[in-house]
Design a protein around this ligand. Structure first.
Ligand SMILES: [Zn+2]
Length: 163
């Protein structure tokens, strides 16, 4: 079983997000970057830099962590967020080339979907009776259940982003 992430509690809450992708200010999406997520090797958050970055980094000081989201808030608004997927030591399932064959590997789509949930302001659902939900904090090898949001996660997004 791997941990889907590690998020400092103080940094991740916002009742409603006001995201701008890419440059942290103008709302322009800037595409690819050589910047890395501001997330440390122990899966803790570094300081914000004005860019929302999603990337792959080694996390040798955080055994079991598969992905991490760090967000930086001002008041109730998330102003910046980075997502990192683990690039060392664990085996990712090549779901694109081998969608039906898995052996002791983790589903990157499930982990990425979970991290996007945090990016958008969702918290964990920790009750083991809801382990099928994307926002459950643990996943298992070859487990694809987190790829799509369950009702509870969708309800959470609708609460954060009402029409
Ligand atoms: Zn999480």
């Amino acid at each position: 079983m791997g941990y889907t992430d590690c998020i400092p509690r103080d940094d991740r809450f916002a009742t409603k997000s006001n995201f701008v992708l890419g440059d942290g200010g103008s709302g322009q999406e800037t595409g690819t970057t050589k910047s890395k997520p501001n997330i440390k090797a122990d899966a803790t958050c570094a300081n914000r830099d004005g860019f929302n970055v999603w990337g792959w980094i080694p996390m040798p000081q955080s055994a079991g962590t598969l992905g991490v989201t760090c967000s930086w808030s001002e008041g109730k608004y998330i102003r910046e967020a980075d997502i990192a997927m683990r690039s060392d030591t664990i085996k990712w399932w090549d779901v694109w080339n081998h969608p039906t064959t898995c052996s002791a590997a983790y589903d990157p789509i499930s982990v990425a979907t979970h991290e996007v949930g945090h990016f958008l302001g969702l918290e964990h659902v920790t009750d083991p009776s809801h382990e099928e939900l994307t926002m459950y904090p643990y996943t298992y090898p070859c487990d694809k259940r987190g790829e799509t949001c369950g009702q509870g996660n969708c309800d959470g997004l609708m609460h954060l982003y009402p029409r």
